[in-house]
Design a protein around this ligand. Structure first.
Ligand code: ADP
Ligand code: MG
Length: 253
């Protein structure tokens, strides 16, 4: 992908993680994570199942609590202070493997729920914003249907549009295509590529290495709760340094 002006990485820090450690009970799941994400970066996180990728992503918007070290998002320190957590969540959008749409609400209602109830946006305005993002993900015609009437790929694009309605400055993706049939993966990746081209700061856990090569400016490899290696895609794929990265890549490529 040709790097557009908007895709330039700035020197403004979006996320800063320092010496972060997390345990699930006695299990040390994240070990000394140091990660600085600059605005405009598109980071792909990969690594074996169980290496802590989801946990890391979930710590960033406080869906999981970390026990040591610090996480700062857009200058706000993530602490037990609920005000800070609210602020961070309002700037960070999240998209999971399972779309988590409300089955009993229409697509439009799914998109306007949080803007109306959390942001107190007037209904008409929330609906206009929702239609804007449904057009962006290319399914405005599905607005009045229910999630169960849409394909998996369409539902995932609704989930992305739903996040965008909250105007996030950072998007976190956790294997957004891994529950999809192959023919639907591309339409979701295309949506993510478009977001990247518009300059969205993105952290994506994904096994789509084609996407990583095309879109990422940095690929991070995690294993056993640690960041083992990171590099720009070209160097990461062609010249992995750690034996653990080499083994992983030999298994998936
Ligand atoms: P990944 O996303 O890389 O597959 P996860 O972050 O989901 O890895 O999980 C990392 C490790 O933490 C795994 O061993 C997993 O079993 C464990 N784990 C994940 N969630 C919990 C939890 N809520 N309680 C206890 N252990 C967990
Ligand atoms: Mg995971």
């Amino acid at each position: 992908m040709a790097e557009t002006a908007q895709m330039k990485v700035s020197d403004e820090v979006a996320i800063d993680i320092t010496k972060m450690n997390k345990w699930y009970g006695a299990f040390h799941v994240l070990r000394d994570i140091d990660l600085t994400v600059y605005r405009g970066e598109r980071i792909v996180i990969c690594g074996p199942s169980g290496s802590g990728k989801s946990t890391l992503i979930r710590c960033i918007n406080a869906l999981e609590e970390h026990q040591q070290g610090s996480i700062t998002v857009d200058g706000t320190l993530l602490s037990s202070d609920l005000k800070n957590i609210d602020k961070i969540r309002s700037e960070v959008g999240m998209c999971f493997q399972h779309f988590n749409l409300f089955p009993h609400l229409s697509i439009l209602e799914n998109l306007t729920l949080a803007p109306i109830w959390v942001r107190k946006t007037p209904k008409k305005e929330a609906e206009e914003v929702a239609m804007h993002y449904l057009e962006k993900v290319k399914i405005p015609d599905q607005a009045n249907k229910y999630p169960g009437q849409l394909s998996g790929g369409q539902q995932q694009r609704v989930a992305i549009a739903r996040s965008l309605c909250m105007k996030p400055r950072i998007m976190l993706f956790d294997e957004p295509t891994s529950a999809l049939d192959p023919e639907m993966i591309k339409e979701v990746l295309d949506t993510m590529i478009e977001l990247a081209e518009e300059g969205m700061t993105m952290l994506c856990v994904t096994h789509e290495m084609g996407f990583a090569r095309q879109v990422a400016n940095r690929v991070i490899f995690m294993d056993e709760g640690q960041i083992v290696e990171q590099n720009e895609p070209e160097a990461f794929f062609n010249n992995p340094q750690s034996p653990r990265t080499q083994l992983f890549l030999s298994q998936i490529l």
